[in-house]
Structure formats: structure tokens, C-alpha cells
Write a protein that binds this ligand. Structure first.
Ligand code: ZN
Ligand code: FE
Length: 257
């Protein structure tokens, strides 16, 4: 089989619609818009074989109905959310098989950004929508800090080499905030230089690796003394558990936006 390629299709302000391509077959993750996906497929003479969705926000599902008019394909999406055109509801522990590309994904429930958000893990890659971002995490629109902390902790148990594909290019903004939490984190300072150079060339900073996220993403570091101390300074009192640390750092970031 040909090598798997993962192509970012930019959409809206800062979304990436991820297209997985092998030979002449493709799968799209979170097609918020159909037009750029259809253009790419036509230009490269690719046949769409499946659609994967992580959560119900329109910038992730807005293109589904138009895509299925062109390609009669299965649409996988979270069981507990309303996903237009969904044919295959999925939840924790389900497997998604895409034989045309020789791919198989495990579904992971990651509530927090939305109540039914799922992620897809397969081929050493994680497609996590708006749960984890490069050096950041999604806002808690429908979930609690405890839910999101548990979701991110689950993702942290994936292998360090896992390539993480989030749905937005928020990295430099996230790094700016992360430096407020951990100004002396050497890995973070190095990451900033690297990702600034990447963006200066208009290239995506995504994918990133789970290993790099664990070293630099403040939302994956609620057990680190530096992060605990920064969160305590921000709220002005002691914090007794990692969920409180996580929730405080999330609220702190919300205040900056
Ligand atoms: Zn979202
Ligand atoms: Fe989004």
C-alpha cells in the first residue's frame, strides 16, 4: 500500500480540515466546509471513503451534507451529539475501520469542550478536534474542569510518539499564554522559537507529538510544581488537587482571550 499522507486543508480563520490520503482514496476529519475539501479531492483525483467528526460545532460539521451529496460515504460521529448526516454513531471503545485506506481507529470519549466530544486514535495518530490543541486546550463550553482534566489525562496515556492533529492553528497564541504560566520552561522557549519560524513561513505547527505537549502544554502539566505555584499565585490561595490546578489555568487563559 502507498504511504499514508495527512494533509491540512485550511478553512475559515484558523481551522484545519485534516485529509488522510492513501493512493487515490481519502478520509476527511471534521469537514466544517465542503468547498475546499471538494476542490482538493478534484485537483488530486481522490475518492472520499469516509467522514470522521469529533463534535457538533459548525466549523467541524458544516460541510458534511454537501460532501455526502458528492460521495455516498459513512459518516462517523459522537453518539451523544447531533451530527448532520451521521450514519455511524460512535463512543469510547468503538473501532472505526476504513479498509480502503487500510486504517483502523479507536474511539476515545473526551468530553469537556462539548459534552459528547470524541477523538480518533489510529496509525500512531490522534485526531482530537477541539479537546487538546498544540500547547493549549479547548474552552469548556459544555463540560466541567473535572471532565476535561479526565479527558486530557486519557490522551496523555497514549504513546509519546503519537502525532496529535488538532483542528485549529492556535499555537503561537497558546505559547504566549503558556509562557505566563511557565516563563522558565526551557522546552517551551525552544518551542516558541521553532513554531514562530514555522508560522513565519506560513506553515502549520500541527501535528505535534504527545511528548512535546507533555513538556510544554500547561493543560497537561497540572502535577508540575511550577504550574501549581503559578495557578496558586493567580487565584491567591492554595490548590489541593490537579483538577483545581487545571480549572484555574483554564479560567486564567479565558481571562486573557
Ligand atoms: Zn469546537
Ligand atoms: Fe472548532
Amino acid at each position: 500500500m502507498a504511504n499514508l499522507q495527512v494533509v491540512p486543508i485550511p478553512a475559515f480563520e484558523d481551522n484545519y480540515l485534516w485529509l488522510l490520503v492513501r493512493g487515490e482514496k481519502a478520509v476527511v476529519v471534521d469537514p466544517g466546509d465542503a468547498a475546499p475539501v471538494l476542490d482538493y479531492l478534484a485537483q488530486h483525483r481522490l475518492e472520499l471513503c469516509a467522514i470522521l467528526c469529533t463534535h457538533h460545532h459548525s466549523d467541524h460539521v458544516g460541510g458534511i451534507l454537501r460532501l455526502v451529496q458528492h460521495f455516498d460515504v459513512p459518516v462517523y460521529g459522537p453518539t451523544h451529539e447531533a451530527i448532520p448526516g451521521r450514519t455511524h454513531p460512535v463512543a469510547e471503545g468503538d473501532q472505526v475501520k476504513i479498509p480502503e485506506l487500510g486504517l483502523e481507529f479507536s474511539v476515545i470519549d473526551v468530553p469537556g469542550h462539548t459534552a459528547g466530544h470524541v477523538a480518533y486514535y489510529g496509525a500512531e495518530r490522534l485526531f482530537c478536534g477541539d479537546t487538546l490543541f498544540a500547547c493549549g486546550c479547548g474552552r469548556l463550553f459544555e463540560g466541567t474542569p473535572a471532565m476535561m482534566y479526565a479527558s486530557i489525562s486519557k490522551l496523555a496515556r497514549l504513546p509519546d510518539a503519537t502525532l496529535m492533529y488538532c483542528a485549529h492553528e492556535y499555537t503561537l497564541d497558546n505559547i504566549r499564554f503558556a509562557k505566563k504560566v511557565e516563563p522558565d520552561n526551557a522546552d517551551l522557549i525552544q518551542r516558541e522559537a521553532h513554531d514562530r519560524a514555522t508560522r513565519a513561513q506560513h506553515l502549520p505547527t500541527v501535528p505535534t507529538t504527545m511528548a512535546l505537549e507533555k513538556r510544554t502544554n500547561p493543560f497537561m502539566r497540572s502535577l508540575e510544581p511550577t504550574v501549581i505555584q503559578a495557578a496558586e499565585r493567580y487565584v491567591g490561595h492554595a490548590l489541593s488537587d490537579p483538577v483545581e490546578v487545571f480549572g484555574t489555568v483554564r479560567a486564567w487563559k479565558d481571562d486573557q482571550d
